[in-house]
Design a protein around this ligand. Structure first.
Ligand code: ATP
Ligand code: MG
Length: 362
């Protein structure tokens, strides 16, 4: 029977210590585990108990209370939109609307009218006056997602909104007062965009009043078990099956993967596993091959060469390769490597001796 993880089990054995994100560390004193700040209720949807996430929650708590513009950056799928909602929920504007505009998803020709609205007859098809999202967000927060995609022509209009709190609808000469707090997000490096002439420097500084960096999942692997539990409960509900558990070996693999797609990739992986898993426990075999560390070809596509082979040598080399991968992935931690291979530590140590694989160079 597999060993299973529970929420309160110590995870330090399986999770690499997260590297401190210097950006967050610069903005806040580094919290030691003993001084971890309490987590505000408005962040209850944002899972994470790692030092980096608690530092981020501390920042959200503080910036929520003011009206300043917030820029959220982070790799794709790290949870920028979730953080933007938490900033809003935690602010004096929480009773007002939270309006999202995805600057990368709306065609350039429509974006200005989408944001600022238009007057009747402003362009072909504008049969009546229409208010934009700035007006719709009155009293609340306007979340400008993928701000790095905002065309240069509109950047100057956004600057006016940020500096003077005013705007004009398309085809209208009137000046309207805006009552919104702007939160913007991007996975682009805006400083490089500024250097490349793609993003206005003055707008960058206006947006960058408060900068929240959402850490990548590979830098906060401590959060993986709690996220897995959270997504598993959601996935089981969604696919209509009873509660599932995750074996220790599967959790080891999930904690070791680099998660280039961050939390979104983890969420999708758990949903997929919940659908494919045939028992009550998610095992390594229920995870995608990239996470198991074996390409489908390596695992299943072994083809007997026409000229035949030396079976013992081939098996030996296959075994050595997997042991080497397990050791590399765990930075030569033999306990963790043994668990990844479904062996006990003594057996692995004996195998390493027998195979003369006892040093990293081997
Ligand atoms: N800390 C978290 N706790 C719970 N769910 C999370 C967390 N972070 C992200 N998610 C979930 O992961 C998914 C991706 O999050 P989100 O859309 O906020 O990411 P993003 O950084 O805006 O991505 P993109 O750059 O692609 O727009 C969402 O379903 C979100 O609910
Ligand atoms: Mg997003």
């Amino acid at each position: 029977m597999s060993e299973l993880f529970s929420n309160n089990e110590s995870l330090s054995a399986v999770c690499a210590q997260p590297e401190l994100d210097s950006s967050v560390a610069m903005s806040l004193p580094v919290a030691s585990p003993a001084t971890k700040p309490a987590r505000p209720l408005s962040m209850r949807n944002v899972i994470g108990d790692s030092t980096l996430m608690l530092q981020l929650f501390g920042m959200i708590d503080r910036v929520g209370r003011c009206h300043s513009t917030v820029l959220i950056t982070g790799e794709s799928g790290t949870g920028k939109e979730l953080v933007a909602r938490a900033v809003h929920d935690n602010s004096p504007r929480s009773a007002g609307p939270f309006v999202v505009v995805n600057c990368g998803a709306i065609p350039e020709a429509l974006l200005e009218s989408e944001l600022f609205g238009h007057a009747r007859g402003a362009f072909t098809g504008a049969h009546q006056t229409r208010q934009g999202r700035v007006a719709a967000a009155k009293g609340g927060t306007l979340f400008l997602d993928e701000i790095g995609e905002l065309p240069l022509a509109l950047q100057v209009k956004l600057l006016r909104l940020l500096q003077q709190h005013e705007y004009s609808p398309v085809g209208d000469t009137r000046t309207m007062a805006a009552d919104v707090r702007i939160v913007a997000a991007t996975n682009k490096d805006l400083e490089s965009e500024v250097a490349a002439g793609m993003f206005r420097e003055d707008l960058y500084y206006r947006l960058n009043v408060i900068h929240l960096r959402v850490p990548s999942l590979r830098n906060r692997t401590d959060d993986i078990p709690a996220l897995v539990d959270h997504f598993l409960v959601q996935a089981c509900k969604r696919v209509g099956r009873s509660a599932l558990r995750v074996s220790r070996a599967a959790m080891e693999l999930l904690a070791s993967w680099s998660w280039p797609g961050n939390v979104r990739e983890l969420e999708n992986t758990i949903e997929r596993s919940a659908i494919l898993c045939q028992g009550e426990t998610i095992e390594p075999g229920d995870l995608p091959s990239r996470i198991r560390g074996l390409s489908a070809e390596q695992r299943f596509g072994t083809k007997l060469p026409d000229a035949g082979l030396d079976l013992r040598a081939a098996v030996e080399s296959f075994e050595n390769e997997l042991i080497r991968q397990a050791l590399d992935r765990t930075s030569w931690n033999k306990n963790r490597a043994a668990r990844l291979l479904g062996l006990n530590r003594t057996t692995l140590v004996e195998m390493l001796k027998r195979k003369r694989l006892s040093t990293r160079a081997a």
